[in-house]
Design a protein around this ligand. Structure first.
Ligand code: PMP
Ligand code: GLN
Length: 393
């Protein structure tokens, strides 16, 4: 009746935890979204485009004005030199951009190296495209690879590596040295790199994001993926960017034309405007978020939680065993949302293979009062968990 890959898929942890948060009236530090409405001027531009602009089908690769704005933005922000007409495709979010890469670039039996913890949309679509995920495991607290580890994963069937940088859920921002090791392996073995950089602008003072496509030998073999939802804290907007050399873009654009063909023109126009008019936003946003990260991590540390470092994304992670919690992260998340009124994401949801981790992911792009109350509730959840463990249940 159904395709077995999709039939066997669970509902994503993000939907499950947001559903439970609604059901229990809990604070939701699970699914990653800010509780602020997002930049007013960009939302006003979208409203204006909806009322007065053209709301019929845009060109399949995206509005030229947005493709030009994406190319200029990456030239200014990252020193990249994309030809907007031949190298930029606009998608319905990074999720569609990722699907375009897997459906458009893989053949049956191609192996794809994935690093766990990994975002949950990668492996199912790779499998549906006929690819074979080859799962590596990064270890806390560094979450890094080295050359020997990478070389051991490569076989004659390896076609692609997927990198998420900055990394959701751990907040690691990979630096030049790590990227160089990865790039050398890609060049040596003639691999395509799909680089999920949706968090590229959510990088805190002290860390620097470097796009993999800028490394030697990578310009022709990397697909760089961005997301306006993350850039402008408008996560529901679902405007993604596929940036790649013409030979790759030609086939990615074909995958896109039969996934969604195009995406909403009012939002495309507003994002184009935003990219050209948001220098202040890009300068201030990382500082505001770093303050929220610090507020949450300091609060949690005061309560005795073992908080791991986060250099980017909306997320920080907590080592549960080191915080005194002995149940696993999934069980703790269920207890926490039901009994203490705070939702989180278990990092084990970012792994396929056992044994899983016991690490909690918390989203800190929230108001101060919300973060403070969440700390109190997490401390309560931990106490409940310890008590239940001592009772033997
Ligand atoms: N990749 C990663 C690593 C993400 O965290 C997300 C969303 N949080 C996406 C892809 C999907 O992005 P979009 O909403 O633009 O589809
Ligand atoms: N990427 C978001 C997160 O990590 C969730 C997106 C979704 O709900 N699919 O929280």
């Amino acid at each position: 009746m159904a395709n077995p890959i999709y039939a066997a898929l669970p509902t994503t942890i993000f939907s499950i935890m947001s559903g439970l948060a609604r059901e229990h009236g809990a604070i939701n530090l699970g699914q990653g979204f800010p509780d602020a409405p997002g930049p007013l001027a960009i939302r006003q531009k979208a409203a204006d485009e909806t009322l007065n602009g053209d709301n019929q089908y845009p060109p399949s690769p995206g509005l030229p004005v947005l493709r030009q704005a994406v190319a200029s933005h990456y030239a200014r922000a990252q020193g990249l030199d994309f030809d907007w007409a031949r190298e930029i495709t606009i998608t319905s979010g990074a999720t569609e951009a990722l699907a375009c890469c897997f459906l458009g670039l893989l053949e049956a039996g191609d192996e794809v190296i994935l690093f766990q913890p990994m975002y949950d949309s990668y492996a199912p679509v790779i499998r549906r495209a006929g690819g074979v995920p080859v799962l590596a495991r990064l270890q806390p607290p560094q979450w890094r690879w080295d050359q020997a580890m990478l070389e051991a994963l490569v076989t004659p069937r390896t076609r692609m590596v997927v990198l998420n940088n900055p990394l959701n859920p751990t907040g690691v921002v990979y630096g030049e040295d790590d990227l160089r090791v990865l790039a050398e392996v890609c060049v040596t073995h003639d691999l395509i790199a799909v680089c999920d950089e949706v968090w590229e602008h959510v990088v805190f003072p002290g860390a620097v994001h470097r796009p993999l496509i800028a490394l030697p030998g990578m310009r022709e073999r990397t697909v760089k993926i961005g997301s306006a939802g993350k850039m402008f804290a408008l996560t529901g907007w679902k405007i993604g960017f596929l940036c790649a050399a013409p030979a790759l873009t030609e086939v990615l654009a074909k995958a896109h034309q039969f996934l969604t063909f195009t995406t909403a023109p009012n939002l495309q126009a507003a994002v184009a405007w935003g990219l050209e008019n948001s220098a202040d936003w890009f300068a201030a946003m990382p500082f505001d978020l770093a303050r929220s990260r610090d507020r949450l991590s300091e609060g949690l540390r005061r309560e005795g939680f073992a908080v791991l470092p986060s250099a980017g994304t909306y997320f920080l992670t907590v080592d549960l065993p080191a915080s005194g919690v002995l149940e696993d992260d999934l069980a703790f998340c269920h207890r926490s949302v039901r009994e203490a009124g705070v939702a989180a994401i278990p990092v084990s949801a970012f792994y396929e293979a056992e044994p899983v981790t016991s690490i909690l992911r918390l989203c800190f792009s929230k108001r101060d009062e919300t973060l403070d109350e969440a700390v109190r509730r997490l401390a309560k959840a931990r106490d409940l968990s310890i008590r239940a463990h001592n009772r033997g249940g």
